[in-house]
Design a protein around this ligand. Structure first.
Ligand SMILES: *Cc1c(COP(=O)(O)O)cnc(C)c1O
Length: 377
């Protein structure tokens, strides 16, 4: 096969990243702190357009771990978590010795079902344990049902950790994803909408919580001339080199969002006459999705074979992938409680993520459209 591989989502540099890195080298800021780290935090804060405070960290997973600690999740606690997501949403619950309780999706956004969230809270309280936190995810960049989820959370006084790893640039009613929860988390892994090669951030409304996050992320050193520790710390700060990439990427973030949305439109056009396939889109105009990945789904179970399409694309060296396998179906979480009626499982069985990178040009689009058209024939 001599055609180059078309990836689902690959890094896309804007051009100015190296300038920030060179500056770091010239000033010898080769460390997990420095001007790029502060600058990147400032850039993110300005982008999110809210009164929020940002701690730049080594990964989105680290940000989730710290958010759970700051929400005072402890051994034996329960944390409610969307089931249809990447394992990184749930793993940090287990790092703390707490138990995840998984919640099914609703049809419209494929995110956390408000109905099953409420049902789970009521039942867990009845069983004697009030959940300590809710992890809700804007999957593939699609905002979850912000109003419904946050109303339930407020009524029961449970903090929401908003997993916005895939949703930088998405908005709900004009407000940026990542700014709705007690905590928001972002990821800058290689496949995300912008990348720092690896990295993440914790978003909070409280300056003190940001400071506490940075304290924990830098080994929890008390202020003393020697090394003194009263708490367990972590090594979770973002490197000044990686943050330099982030500063360059922030200059092109909005372009990346437009490009990914164009890819979504491209697939909607491509499948417009295929009744059996639904190209996933915003349910209402209050939602604005960055379309990090475009998802297609068979309209009815068995009406379209997404796995056959995946294998057909693979033969053309085009990458596509099933949706995240729900956490309640993962061997590692087989004992965790689950509340739902199978929506996430059906989405997993009948869905497919298609190449959605902001760096896909006309040539790649032509290859994708001929491969899909050939398959449809
Ligand atoms: C990527 C991702 C994470 C984890 O981010 P990392 O920076 O890779 O640790 C968490 N949640 C979701 C939904 C993700 O897609």
């Amino acid at each position: 096969m001599n055609k180059s591989k078309i990836y689902l989502s690959s890094p896309h540099m804007g051009g100015n990243e190296l300038e920030f890195i060179n500056e770091a080298f010239e000033q010898n800021w080769i460390a997990p702190l420095g001007p790029n780290v502060n600058g990147f935090e400032q850039d993110l804060k300005e982008y999110l357009q809210e009164d929020v405070h940002i701690a730049a960290l080594s990964s989105g997973t680290a940000a989730l771990h710290l958010a759970l600690i700051l929400a005072r999740v402890e051994r034996g606690d329960e944390v409610l978590c969307q089931s249809l997501t990447f394992a990184a949403s749930a793993n940090p619950i287990v790092y703390l010795g707490a138990t995840p309780v998984f919640i099914d999706s609703e049809e419209e956004t494929l995110n956390m079902s408000p109905r099953f969230l409420e049902e789970a809270i009521v039942e867990r309280i009845k069983k004697g344990k009030k959940p300590r936190a809710i992890i809700a995810v804007h999957l593939y960049g699609m905002p979850y049902k912000v109003e419904e989820i946050h109303t339930i959370a407020r009524n029961f006084e449970i903090p929401v950790i908003e997993d916005s790893a895939e949703a930088l640039g998405s908005t709900y009613k004009g407000q940026k994803c990542g700014t709705f929860g007690e905590f928001g988390i972002l990821s800058f892994n290689g496949n995300k909408i912008i990348t720092t090669s690896g990295g993440g951030a914790l978003v909070s409304r409280d300056q003190k919580l940001k400071e506490k996050a940075i304290f924990l992320a830098t080994q929890a050193r008390d202020s003393a001339p020697h090394y003194q520790h009263s708490e367990i710390g972590y090594n979770y700060r973002l490197s000044n080199i990686a943050a330099g990439i982030g500063r360059g990427q922030m200059q092109v973030l909005d372009q990346h969002v437009s490009k990914r949305r164009e890819m979504n439109q491209f697939y909607r056009d491509l499948f417009s006459k295929v009744k059996e396939v639904k190209v996933f889109d915003e349910p209402e105009n209050t939602y604005f999705c960055n379309h990090w990945l475009t998802v297609i789904k068979a309209e009815d179970e068995g009406s379209f074979d997404t796995d056959a399409l995946r294998m057909h694309l693979e033969e053309e060296n085009i990458e596509s992938r099933p949706l995240w396998k729900p956490m309640h179906l993962q061997p590692v979480f087989k004992d965790a409680p689950f509340y739902g009626n199978g929506i996430a499982e059906v989405a997993f069985k009948n869905g497919l993520c298609l190449p959605s990178g902001s760096n896909l040009g006309e040539q790649e689009k032509n290859r994708i459209s001929s491969a899909i058209e050939n398959f449809l024939k």
